[in-house]
Design a protein around this ligand. Structure first.
Ligand code: ACO
Length: 349
């Protein structure tokens, strides 16, 4: 059975750089607080009208396809991971298919937030291994800047997110012990509401009566998108940061060790760990717990903030472009985020 390999990788970061100090215009925060708690110095914001999650995905995909030595016409399946789609429906996959003038191929959207790219990669990996497809495009892209609460009320979330996109082309490889060695996907919906954007949605308070109880019956009757939601700032993401942090530092090492054990390997075998860029403190905790050196962990949250589904392919792409990844190197990808979901993938480059 042929394993799948990353045949091409690309990324796109919007031009507009937003520093921590730029955010002071909107909210009560400080460069010192943001850097100390998250490591973030700046992030990129997409152009408000000219760029969307899909257009950024297209920009990253164009590079990945070119580096794979193929054309958009050769792609036979699209997997697009995002939590900030251009439309509630249809998904970004079909918009990318249209924009890149691809054949009438399948286009799948993945909604697993910070773990979205690894879920998407894992799905693509299975399709390659079964022989169903030969050139799969996997994209992670986000335009967070369009949907955040930029008042002081939303500062614990809005300061951490940034926009961007990353993409890879998966192809089969006949080389033994090369490519994606294994992927590991997990979820625990018990804490789904601790990191979530509840509205617009069909829940009508079904799951979250305690938290969203400040709507009366008339408001609930019109609930999908209502004035009350706008007035009560319920159209923004919610996050219990400390609870997410606590779970993340438990699950990241666990899922990385699961991947290593499965392949009979140790943390010392890893050339580069590319963790989802959620918070520099989380990555540093994971590094310490696994006993990894600084040069074994790729961090770029300082420049881009948390770009959710895009963060792993962007960080992996930068590591590759910086010449840190050579043929035969062992790469570990790992994520944790909303759901909760967490995942890992081990690759021999
Ligand atoms: N600027 C200044 N002060 C702030 C800010 C801000 N931007 N945000 C919060 N504060 C204040 C709070 O109001 C609070 O003040 P108080 O003590 O007077 O009440 C204080 O700082 C501490 O707030 P906490 O929320 O406890 O801060 P914490 O140290 O936990 O840091 C953070 C917050 C950075 C969000 C952290 O909890 C975190 O990184 N959590 C994990 C995030 C994560 O991994 N998310 C998963 C991926 S996202 C996804 O899947 C979509």
């Amino acid at each position: 059975m042929a394993l799948s390999k990353i045949a091409g990788i690309g990324m796109y970061a919007p031009q507009k750089v937003v520093t921590n100090n730029d955010l002071l215009k909107y909210m009560d925060t400080s460069d010192e607080w943001i850097q100390e708690r998250t490591g973030i110095k700046e992030r990129r914001y997409a152009h408000r009208t000219d760029e969307t999650t899909t257009t950024m995905g297209v920009a990253a995909a164009t590079i990945a396809i070119e580096r794979a030595g193929i054309t958009a016409q050769d792609i036979d399946f699209i997997i697009f991971a995002t939590l900030s789609p251009d439309y509630y429906f249809p998904g970004c996959g079909v918009l990318l298919q249209r924009a890149m003038k691809m054949k009438e191929i399948g286009a799948l959207d993945v909604r697993n937030q910070c773990s979205g790219f690894l879920y998407a990669l894992s799905v693509g990996d299975q399709f390659i291994k079964t022989g169903m497809y030969k050139n799969i495009l996997v994209v992670g892209a986000e335009k967070h800047s369009f949907g955040l609460d930029f008042s002081t009320r939303g500062r614990n979330i809005s300061v951490i997110f940034g926009d961007g996109a990353g993409a890879v082309v998966l192809q089969p490889t006949e080389e033994a012990d090369r490519g994606i060695l294994s992927t590991h996907l997990h979820s625990d919906g018990e804490s789904a509401e601790l990191l979530a954007m509840y509205n617009p949605g069909t829940h009508a308070n079904h799951w979250t009566e305690q938290k969203l109880a400040d709507f009366d019956d008339a408001e609930i009757a019109e609930m999908f998108m209502s004035h009350a939601m706008i007035d009560k700032a319920q159209l923004f993401p919610y996050m219990d940061g400390p609870a997410v942090f606590k779970k993340a530092v438990e699950k990241f090492p666990e899922v990385i060790m699961e991947a290593l054990h499965k392949n009979g390997l140790q943390p010392t075998d890893i050339k580069i760990l590319v963790p989802h860029q959620a918070n520099l403190r989380i990555s540093q905790f994971v590094q310490k717990k696994l006993g990894l050196r600084d040069d074994q962990v790729q961090n770029n949250i300082q420049k881009y903030g948390n770009t959710t589904a895009a963060s792993i392919p962007i960080a992996l792409c930068e590591a590759w472009e910086e010449g840190k990844i050579k043929e035969g190197d062992l790469i570990c990808l790992a994520s944790f985020g909303s759901g909760f979901t967490w995942a890992s993938a081990l690759l021999r480059w």
